[in-house]
Design a protein around this ligand. Sequence first.
Ligand code: AMP
Length: 135
Amino acid sequence: MHKKERTLAIIKPDAFESKCVGQIISVIEKAGLEIINMRLLRLSNNEASEFYSEHKSKPFFPDLIEYMTSGSVAVIELEAYNAVNLYRDILGATDPSKAAEGTIRKLFASSKQRNAAHGSDSTASAERELQFFFG
Ligand code: AMP
């Protein structure tokens, strides 16, 4: 049986710099995802490190934390049937050069790091990540 599901989107600092936050939200809404909750914030070092703790051992981790704390982010709780996969489809591949046409990352990202937005990769991650930002 189909059930409505929730997922977490983060609009990253590069999207604020390039002033395409509104356009990204528009792509999300046009895909049929409903905005349930949204906060604008600046992540602290500790918050970013905890959020990305699974990448702690990766070589790109220090740069990732520096970048994610460099400016505003918007954290957004989204709802739809099959929200996790639906949002990941419109988000596109981590590397924008590999992202499909029309996806958020193809349209607005500039590199693997500065890739415009984040999306939970599973329903379990979505639950953990939504708890992290919205309690
Ligand atoms: P993920 O948990 O897969 O969403 O990855 C978290 C974030 O880490 C990505 O959205 C990128 O901003 C960054 N990232 C992942 N892989 C790389 C990489 N190979 N080089 C630089 N940044 C990366």
